[in-house]
Design a protein around this ligand. Sequence first.
Ligand code: NAD
Ligand SMILES: CC1=C(/C=C/C(C)=C/C=C/C(C)=C/C=C/C=C(C)/C=C/C=C(C)/C=C/C=C(\C)C=O)C(C)(C)CCC1
Length: 528
Amino acid sequence: MASVAIPAFEATGVEAIPGIARTARGTFQTHKTKNLEWRRTQLRKLYWAMEDYRPQLLAALKKDLNKSAFESAFTEIDWVKNDCMFVLDNLDRFAKDEKLPVPWSFAMMKFRTRKEPMGTALIIGPYNFPVQLLLAPFVGAIAAGCTAVLKPSELTPACAMVVKEMVETRLDTSAFAVVNGAIPEVNALMEQKWDIVFFTGSAQVGTIITKKAAETLTPVVLELGGKNPAIVTKNVGDLAQAAKRLLWGKTLNAGQVCLSHNYVLIDKALVPAFIQELKNAYKQAFPNGAKASPDLGRIVNERHFLRLKAMLDNTNGKIVMGGEVDQSELFIEPTAVLVDSVHDSMMAEESFGPIFSIYPVNTLDEAINTTKLVHSTPLSLFAFGSKAENQRVLNEVTSGGATLNDSYFHGSVNTVPFGGVGDSGTGAYRGQASFDAFTHHRTVSETPRWAEKLIAVRYMPFDMAKLRQFKWLSEKKPNFDRNGKVVKGVGYWVSMVLGLGGKSAKGAFLRWVVVAAAYWLHMLRAGN
Ligand SMILES: NC(=O)c1ccc[n+]([C@@H]2O[C@H](COP(=O)([O-])OP(=O)(O)OC[C@H]3O[C@@H](n4cnc5c(N)ncnc54)[C@H](O)[C@@H]3O)[C@@H](O)[C@H]2O)c1
Ligand SMILES: CC1=C(/C=C/C(C)=C/C=C/C(C)=C/C=C/C=C(C)/C=C/C=C(C)/C=C/C=C(\C)C=O)C(C)(C)CCC1
């Protein structure tokens, strides 16, 4: 790759931050961002900026995380471009008023949801996907008509500087800005009033942000982490495939993926074969060893390298795959550790790297119970079992999202909603959810002037007779008793007969056609 100049990291002066926030807020108050064509123009500009800055972005991602060009294109640059395209294709539909269901007596009031931008957004990003996880929410903010200030992670300084230059040279700077820096800058930003704070990062910092936002009752979207389980049962089917797919989840971005599994709960009988299959998959992915692979990224910095190394140093388990670490390169080999306690360092901490544990279990019950001991609301969940077992796992283990028979595929497509549950996150984005995350769904009704007499029942002095009449006309009668049982009254039998037991009107109609045809044939025969 030809060398590309990336500006040295420079934090934004904290004294400039109130002014930056004021400009974004002032621009929102001009209402210009409410214009759909203005939003479309900004999205189109972002699309082309991503393309034109591809060399700088590739170089920055290489520098910060040793991301390969393949991964950088797939999960960062093209991801954001695809987001722009998806939103551009659907913006009219997302932004359109939605008719609301009301009792027939209120139909004349044209109840609807009007989609309004929340206002001025603060978007704080993490280091692992420093482009995607900052700019994908930004696409949602632009689409919704918000103005925004972005705060990239300081742990990926090259990306932070490229994104700043890109946004501030290509988009409308009266509406959008990038603040670079770390804790002092975030603190200064949080001193400002925002209409929404969108935070992606650790639960620890998420808590700090939420507490501060609560002081001004500012809504927050939190995209946090989790100790994510994978469950492999005797009925996995293709164990080699499961091992290969799970290893993939721990090698993309060197496992620095919030969605990737922390531990694999696996039927005891499968453990030796599973380890062998992991080793086979490893050999396929890295024929010359992981360190020599041009595809495997590196750990973002020394602090995170040492954190991961400590998890390996402190384990009482047995390393069954990988295990090599090299501080000089921030290299950690994809590593699996066989453990026997939920208190083991490999189980108790979020890995957020290429290492994971294997925890043997006797039954699916034990696997399900173990997930609750480790983390009851993880970000993701993976099940490799029979259809029935996978359904049971989905039913009994909660998580932000889930993939059956694979690693985090539910989080690998940019058009479907993504988010956590409980302490792994609040709110969702991606696809239409990105637009909705930055949108206030405002209910609007419109009372026709001519309807005054019709709706006079509400006025004092009250008239019980009018109320009875209104209730008789508009209230739906229950088809159930006080014990919650459905009462099979006249209405039920009429609809049963008319519907011939069918659930949908179309189904019932088709069945009646069959009955009529049969009757007609019968009559024809009888006639003969
Ligand atoms: N759910 C998701 O989409 C998602 C995605 C990526 C990462 N994560 C989670 O994020 C974590 C790793 O990312 P990270 O290390 O960048 O997260 P982090 O919480 O350390 O940092 C995120 C952001 O917060 C800022 N920050 C850090 N410390 C702060 C403090 N004390 N006060 C105010 N602001 C502060 C940083 O500058 C950065 O921009 C993991 O837990 C991972 O699971 C979640
Ligand atoms: C195209 C044709 C076909 C079909 C091809 C198919 C089905 C291709 C499948 C491609 C796959 C499996 C792509 C996988 C992509 C994974 C990605 C992008 C992962 C992304 C992960 C991310 C962004 C992680 C995020 C992390 C977060 C949020 C937290 O930290 C045929 C074969 C049907 C016909 C020919 C044409």
